[in-house]
Design a protein around this ligand. Structure first.
Ligand code: OAD
Length: 251
């Protein structure tokens, strides 16, 4: 049953349609990065309002930075998995391909993807709270905590989107545009509950795109998907990829 669906999805992709891909924490789970809402998810251990809101940062920047420092240490010690690697390869295979991610871990880039719309920012970037300047910072562990701007000495904050904050309008518009013009949209490893990311696939589908979901379990998006492939992203994507290239080579 799954094999049949994988074959159908591969047939669809073989036509090299305009492809948009939305990823979430599930795509990095097999690398060892904790998800947010799974059994060991971050939001089961921590309260988002204590750590991932502008109010939390205003109240206790040290606590917030200690949490991000811990996450940076975790992420630094892991590597991209086959799902990241295949998506990086597909960037070259599909003439029109847009990778949209909610992840801040930078693993897509590490796998070789170059064109990525990071909706929620990047944990390896910091932003000056005074001047708004965005800088790369890969120091692990961070010292001091909280880190200060090398230019003006003001507090730095993680360049990520917190609850209650708006997404970068340019990145968001580029993501909507890619979805509007896509012929196939794949949604991989996201619980599809956080807006506005969760509405991107619906926009694609309203414009006629076929919707493919890869997840361990059903999500609010599943009833709308043309294909739901249940399983691990790091296992399902290689199966699709294998079929895609095997077919191509034998023709
Ligand atoms: P969640 O933790 O909400 O959801 C992860 C999804 O991945 C779940 O639906 C799992 O079933 C699925 N999953 C887990 N392992 C998988 C695997 N190996 N293969 C395929 N699927 C798997 O993470 P997101 O949906 O990414 O926002 O969360 C969205 C946003 O909520 C995050 O970007 C973050 C969080 O609060 C901000 O920090 C702004």
């Amino acid at each position: 049953m799954l094999a049949e669906k994988i074959k159908e999805v591969a047939e669809l992709l073989k036509e090299r349609p305009r492809l948009a891909v939305l990823t979430g924490a599930g795509v990095s789970a097999e690398s060892g990065v904790p998800t947010f809402r799974g059994p060991d998810g971050l939001w089961r251990q921590f309260r988002a309002e204590d750590l991932a809101t502008p109010e939390a940062f205003a109240r206790d920047p040290k606590l917030v930075w200690e949490w991000y420092d811990w996450r940076r240490q975790k992420i630094q010690s892991v590597a991209p998995n086959p799902a990241h690697m295949i998506l990086a390869r597909w960037e070259k295979y599909f003439p029109v391909f847009t990778l949209i991610t909610q992840n801040v871990d930078g693993l897509h880039r590490q796998a070789g993807s170059t064109k990525i719309l990071e909706l929620h920012g990047n944990i390896w970037m910091v932003r000056c709270t005074q001047e708004g300047k965005i800088m790369e910072n890969r120091q692990v562990p961070l010292t001091p905590i909280p880190p200060l701007c090398p230019n003006c000495g003001a507090l730095l904050r993680p360049h990520v989107v917190w609850f209650g904050e708006a997404l970068d309008p340019n990145i968001l518009e580029a993501a909507f545009e890619a979805c509007r013009r896509s012929e196939v949209m794949m949604v991989i490893g996201t619980s599809a509950v956080v807006q506005p990311a969760a509405s991107l696939p619906l926009v694609a589908q309203q414009r006629g795109a076929k919707l493919i979901e890869i997840n361990l379990e059903p999500t609010p998006l599943s009833p709308y998907a043309d294909y739901v492939l249940y399983g691990k992203a790091g296992e399902i994507l290689p199966l699709i990829d294998e079929f895609l290239f095997k077919k191509e080579n034998t023709e």
